[in-house]
Design a protein around this ligand. Sequence first.
Ligand SMILES: *[C@@H]1O[C@H](CO)[C@@H](O)[C@H](O)[C@H]1NC(C)=O
Length: 218
Amino acid sequence: MSLPTSLPELLALVDFDQRSLFISAAAIAFNPTFWNIVARREYRTKFLTRAFNGNRQAACYALAATIFSLGLLRDFLYERALRDQPSHPALQGEYINYAAYALLAVGNLFVISSTWQLGITGTFLGDYFGILMDSIVTGFPFNVTSAPMYYGSTMSFLGTALLYGKPAGILLTLHVLVVYLVAIQFENPFTAGIYAKRDKEREQAKAAGVPYEEKKEL
Ligand SMILES: *[C@@H]1O[C@H](CO)[C@@H](O)[C@H](O)[C@H]1NC(C)=O
C-alpha cells in the first residue's frame, strides 16, 4: 500500500463515523475563534482589565492561562480522535517515524523559541491589552517564518499524525493549517493597526517635544 497522494484518496482512509473526529475538528476551530473574539472585545471595552481592577498584566496572564488550557484540551481531543481512527500501513515505516520525530522537534522548537522571544504577554495577545512590544522581534524563529507559533503547531499536529500512522491526522492537520491561515489573515491587519496607532502617537509626542507615554488609564 502506498501513501495517499490526493484529497479523495486521503478521505477514503478516514472513518467519518467517529464522533471524536468532529469533536477534534470543532476544538481546533474553536480556539482561535475564542481568543480573537475575547481579545477584540478587550481592545474595545477593556472588560478583562476592568475585571482585574485595572491590572492589564494580570488580565492578560489570565487569558494566556485560559488559551493554554484550551490548547491542552484540544491536543487531548486530537489524540483521542486519532486513537478511534484506522491506521495505514504506509504510515508505519521506520522513515515515517523519523519524519514524525523531526516534525515534532522542529514544531516544538518554533513554538518554544517564539514564546521565549515574545514573552507571555507578547505571545498571548498582550497588544490588545495595550501591552505593546517596543520593537518587532526579528531573531530566530522570526527570521525563518513570520508565524512560528502557527506553523510550529501545525508541524506538531502532522508529526503526531505520522507517529500514530493515521490518515485522519493528516486531514485534521490540513484543517489546522486552514484555521491558522484564516486566523493570520484576520489578526495581522488588526495588530498592525494597533502598532501604527502607537507609532503615530510617538511621532506626535516627539513633534510636540514631550516624552511619549503609553496611556495608563482605561
Ligand atoms: C536566524 O537566526 C539564527 C540565530 O541568530 C541563525 O543561526 C540562523 O542562521 C538565522 N536563519 C536565517 C534563515 O537567517
